[in-house]
Design a protein around this ligand. Sequence first.
Ligand code: T1G
Length: 693
Amino acid sequence: METVRLTNRGAVAIATIDNPPVNALSANLRAALLQAVTKAAAEPEISAIVIAAAGRTFVAGADISEFGKPPVSPLLPELLAAIEASAKPVVAAVNGAALGGGLELALACHARVAAPAAKLGLPEIRLGLIPGAGGTQRLPRLIGGAKAFAMMLSGESVSAEEGLALGLVDGVIAGDLLDAACAVAEMLAANGKPVPISAKTDRLNAAERGDFELVAKSALEKAAEMPNVAALVESVRNAFDLPFEQGLAAERALFVKLIADERSKALRYVFFAEREAARVPGIDASVKPRPLARAAVIGAGTMGGGIAMCFANAGIPVTLIETSRDLVEKGYARVRDTYGFSVKRGSLSEAERDERMALIAPAVGLQAAADADIVVEAAFEEMGVKQQIFGELDRIAKPGVILATNTSYLDIATIAAATSRPQDVIGLHFFSPANVMKLLEVVRPAGTAEDVVATGIALGRKLGKVAVVVGNCFGFVGNRMLAQRTRAAERLLVAGALPHEVDAAVTGFGFKMGPFAMSDLAGGDISWRMRKSLGLKAAVADALCEAGRFGQKTGKGYYLYPEGARAGQRDQEVEALIARISADQGVTRRAFSADEIVARLLDPMVNEGARILEEGIAARPGDIDIVWLNGYNWPAWRGGPMHWADTVGLATIVGRLEAQAAETGDASLEPAPLLRRLAAEGKGFSDLKAKAA
Ligand code: T1G
């Protein structure tokens, strides 16, 4: 199918880009657009050119799937140079998202008109890159160095109106965009082509330079570990210091170097993995979701309140149900307070808060769920309680209603068996705080109907979550792997590491917080209760809880929190306790390097991930990575546990696991068969194809 259609209106040629789904600038599209513009420029009866686009976007940028492959001419800078050098004026009709190379394309044109819904941005920073086709040179010349740098550093888009105010577009057209673009083109042809952006220097002045250097300094301080931030500073600085062509060449060199950087490869992997996770093998677009007009949440605790907020934030009326007026009022008040923090921070207006609170109806008793299309149970994590609730809901809810549980590890098939409609029961595992964390594990027991799974995915999208479909097992995907890390962390303490050393190694890897600081934040009593219910032991963690050291909420846990301090301080008492436990277990303590700590924590997680894939609990390695990025703050520029394992090399991980299994006698550390097979074949998880979850 042709990717560019060339038509004309009188003396104006119109090159319409049509490369579904988002008009990404593939090699074919670049060649076709160059050919169209060259042809139009050579036509004697043509006096000007409009570049337009079909579909919902203008141009979503370079084709990310081409990165890392051998470059194919014409490269984007070549195409843009030809457009800017065109003897006949070229006008961009920006109908929708103009992102990355799409905005760079528009900047190479001699004027830009936008539809009101258009979005304009340079999000390359989010892919570990910088704009690679003139964005760092043209944008500062058009809107000023400081504003341009801030826009490229955030990667945020601006609206058409904001673009107009910035001077990014010359007009916002509520009417027929193409008519307006043609009129501007004719006017430019009559009055003479304006100075191209690359030749403008008025914004490259000392004041702009000073503002830019200020924002650049603070950016460098914050993002020391990301080379693309330093590259962005250097490239925008070049816009001030070098002639355009030299600045462009330097930008390209920086961009090409970043394309090869592991961090950027990981971020580009995540971009596609996140979109692939939404595609569930065996459930295609023909499986229609059920209606989701009204919701009910059972349980007004922290999770239930947060889940109710998710519905209200998406504009879905939700009944928040408890067993007593006092409890539901408490939960409702907690929700109001949570919104209140957003209002105080300025991220929510009072009117929006009131609108959302009005969508949440506090109620007492399960009968209040009678008119809901979907019911999410977020009650006490105890099987008997859940079975009783689902049994009652079975008698109350309309036929076809989705009955969901937010359990974080209980067997959903057993919960479903408490009803006469197991096919309508599904797990919707939100992560605390539910109104903040992006991840939604959609847990499908074998008996769940396909359209119920499709509804779970559709709900995730409606709530602005990242939904990943996972199988029904203890801990599903995220918590099942977290349990391995928790065991490994406890084992490290007994073997010789101290809490602050383990946490420092983990934050040094890129996590926001280490496992022991996390435990003190969440409260060690929660996992202690679960260990006791499962008959599991963890010498250090149990000893701390038996001493009432639950963490921040008791002023001490693995660390001390004097006067409610948020950051924990080392506690000699705890370190002496750990040493005693090592002695009691006959362990001679030794030091561990940060690298060794990271390997001992993450290798067992990867091993569990391999088992999860073997059992079909996750359809593909990328789904596991998306779970960890969106539910546990795994650093995105590391790509996720399975991507990280591939960068380490599976044979290395197999060797380390075998050594650990031998050292500890813990058979669960023996490499999983899938891990062994891939390592033996010299492959990585990325070589696996999706299997039905
Ligand atoms: N390249 C390749 N494929 C892309 C793509 C891109 N730039 N953008 C989207 N897709 C695919 C996506 O994988 C999905 O595929 C389908 O299009 C729909 O996407 C030189 C170097 C435009 C806001 O970072 O932000 O230009 O799953 O589900 O929700 O300086 O796509 O259907 O097979 O996201 O409506 C810079 C990335 C690139 C923008 C639309 N541009 N895209 O959102 O659809 S680097 C970006 C988006 C660059 C230059 C630099 C969004 C969207 P599939 P979708 P959507």
